[in-house]
Design a protein around this ligand. Structure first.
Ligand SMILES: [Zn+2]
Length: 349
């Protein structure tokens, strides 16, 4: 068996007002020049507050405001980083700011502080970066986990509910991604550390077992969602890949991106619908997943996703081709007839 070796965030702060810990966290990294990667909306909402708090602690902040999460933005953020002589990168915002910040820090060999303002997927504590390359093709890179993670539930509470519901979709989906990893062990002798699988499974269980509390978007509910996200992100660090957190339900989501590029649905929304269908194939309790998604107002049908039924069926038939990763879809994938039956049986179409 391969040796087990991994890194995890060394400092985590979660709860109401956690943002106040940012200056101490950056100072704790021995740094007094921080590059903050953020987006225009988040900068308007929190930029002044963050800059002022850092300044009071003797830390000079410069901002890079992203326009998209692509390599061009990473290159531009690196230029600002170099001009400033920054010694740490802070990603402040949604998934895109975190991805650009995380990759910038990784390429510059500097510590990264992840400060999510929404939990729309599992990336805020993970070592994975999802970006678009120069030709706008999606790339997923294994880098390093953030050195510190700060989740202010007071800030998260202000995020659009739709983003948080999308996060629930990405997290309950660990039930099927873990089942796929276990299948791959049986069929392909693919080894994923048991620790990583248990962590990913627990992330999904935290959400499933507390769905009422989460659906009320109480402080405790948001905290549970953040804890689940931290656990899922850490599972990928332990595994050394996205394997425990990304199975056939993610392949389905990538397939939707491909067959229906004009989609308006979010990653976690697509993954959640994918998880309903893949749980059916695994003979798991797919209805419980659907109930959890319904409870938070996440889409459970093609119509709610805003994706035409025939595109869902088409996506199901090509999903297995999108990545060399063994899942419940097998190597040959679903026939058109089987795909349609699956989508109908689960009420997705
Ligand atoms: Zn995901």
């Amino acid at each position: 068996m391969a040796r087990l070796e991994f890194r995890l965030p060394s400092h985590v702060v979660m709860g109401e007002g956690a943002l106040e810990e940012l200056p101490d966290t950056v100072s704790g990294l021995g740094c007094s020049e921080a590059l903050v990667v953020t987006d225009p909306t988040v900068k308007r909402l929190y930029g002044g507050r963050v800059e002022e708090a850092l300044r009071r602690a003797g830390i000079r902040a410069s901002f890079y405001v992203i326009t998209a999460s692509d390599m061009g933005n990473v290159d531009a953020a690196r230029r600002v980083h170099a001009e400033q002589g920054a010694c740490a990168v802070v990603g402040l915002g949604g998934g895109r700011s975190i991805d650009v910040g995380k990759y910038t820090a990784y390429l510059e060999g500097k510590p990264f502080v992840s400060v999510p303002t929404a939990i729309s997927h599992d990336g805020f504590a993970s070592p994975i970066v999802a970006l678009k390359d120069k030709d706008l093709n999606p790339v997923s890179l294994f880098t390093r986990p953030p050195d510190a993670v700060i989740v202010d539930t007071g800030v998260i509470a202000g995020a659009p509910r739709r983003l948080l519901a999308s996060g629930v979709g990405d997290l309950v989906a660990k039930l099927t991604s873990v089942a796929d990893a276990r299948l791959a062990r049986l069929f392909k002798a693919e080894e994923v550390p048991e620790l990583a699988l248990r962590m990913a499974e627990s992330a999904a269980r935290i959400v499933m077992d507390n769905i009422g509390e989460i659906a009320s978007w109480s402080e405790r509910g948001l905290r549970l969602l953040a804890e689940a996200g931290l656990l899922a992100g850490s599972a990928m660090s332990v595994a050394g890949s996205s394997r425990p957190c990304s199975g056939a339900e993610h392949l389905f989501s990538h397939a939707i991106d491909k067959v229906y590029p004009e989609r308006r649905s979010l990653h976690g929304e697509q993954v959640g619908v994918g998880a309903i269908m893949m749980a059916y194939l695994h003979r798991m309790d797919w209805e419980a997943i659907r109930e959890a998604l319904r409870a938070v107002g996440a889409p459970t049908t093609a119509e709610e996703l805003g994706v035409p039924a025939e595109k869902v069926v088409e996506a199901l038939t090509i999903a297995h081709t999108l990545r060399k990763r063994f899942t419940v879809l097998g190597e040959g994938g679903l026939t058109r007839e089987a795909a349609e039956r699956l989508a109908r049986a689960t009420g997705v179409i």
